[in-house]
Design a protein around this ligand. Structure first.
Ligand SMILES: NC(=O)c1ccc[n+]([C@@H]2O[C@H](COP(=O)([O-])OP(=O)(O)OC[C@H]3O[C@@H](n4cnc5c(N)ncnc54)[C@H](OP(=O)(O)O)[C@@H]3O)[C@@H](O)[C@H]2O)c1
Length: 215
């Protein structure tokens, strides 16, 4: 499948890198377009560069839109007349509803929320799909996004809680980790690096054990 990304920012860059390394589903080079063309101009060896959003929207089967929420409406307005019914449009923004997107383009829409662990291919990515996305499309999306970790599908109404759990949780866990290390050091002469290593390895091991024990 031909896959493209609009928006070469933090998420677009990460997705392009992960998809190009890890996905068998991608046919040929990935496509990329960005508002400031100078940001992508040196990437011609890695990716198929597109001059504008209409060009990329015409060429690909799956289009990731990785722009900030404030830019989303502009991008959808720009590409709406280039889209085909069979294409899948993926937005990384959880706060824009299907109703709002479908008000501009009535296509197959998938919302995908990766977590920060995508960097190490351990994202718990959430997806939700509008009514035009069929089971085969969902299977393709899950396969494609498995290059950054695991994928769970939720209904749109549960994406808020889902995002709290997967996007905010790394911050909470890191804060708890920090608190444990600081408290422990007040009561021990064990070296800081060893305290950190003990708590970190115990957290990782606990998580792995819980996964293996299905709890
Ligand atoms: N960052 C995260 O950890 C994270 C996690 C999950 C979801 N998300 C979501 O992912 C989306 C992207 O976030 P981000 O952090 O990657 O944003 P970002 O780093 O600010 O990147 C946005 C990119 O979009 C480009 N852009 C803006 N308007 C455009 C247009 N009309 N046509 C083409 N390109 C355009 C910008 O180009 P310029 O170079 O011209 O500025 C920029 O390269 C957001 O909806 C965010 O909520 C982010």
């Amino acid at each position: 499948m031909k896959v493209g990304v609009i928006g070469y920012g933090s998420m677009g860059k990460m997705l392009l890198e992960k998809l190009s390394l890890n996905s068998d589903l991608v046919d040929g080079k990935l496509y990329v377009a960005n508002r400031s063309y100078e940001k992508i101009v040196d990437l011609a060896e890695e990716y198929q560069l597109c001059q504008n959003n209409q060009e990329i929207a015409t060429l690909v089967d799956i289009l990731f839109i990785c722009v900030r929420p404030i830019d989303m409406k502009n991008v959808l307005e720009e590409i709406k007349n280039c889209l085909r019914k069979e294409q899948i449009i993926v937005t990384l923004n959880g706060s824009i509803t299907f109703e709002q997107i479908e008000g501009i383009c009535k296509n197959k829409i998938v919302k995908a929320i990766p977590s920060v662990m995508a960097e190490i291919n351990k994202s718990q990515t959430l997806i939700c799909c509008n009514s035009m996305v069929n089971e085969q499309d969902k299977a393709i999306m899950k396969d494609l996004l498995s290059c950054i970790g695991s994928v769970i599908e939720l209904p749109e109404s549960e994406m808020g809680m889902g995002s709290e759990l997967v996007s905010c949780m790394p911050g909470f866990i890191a804060a708890i980790f920090n608190e444990i290390c600081i408290s422990a050091q007040k009561h021990t002469s064990i070296a800081t690096e060893e305290v950190v290593q003990m708590v970190l390895n115990t957290m990782i091991g606990t998580g792995q054990l819980m996964i293996e024990n299905n709890c």
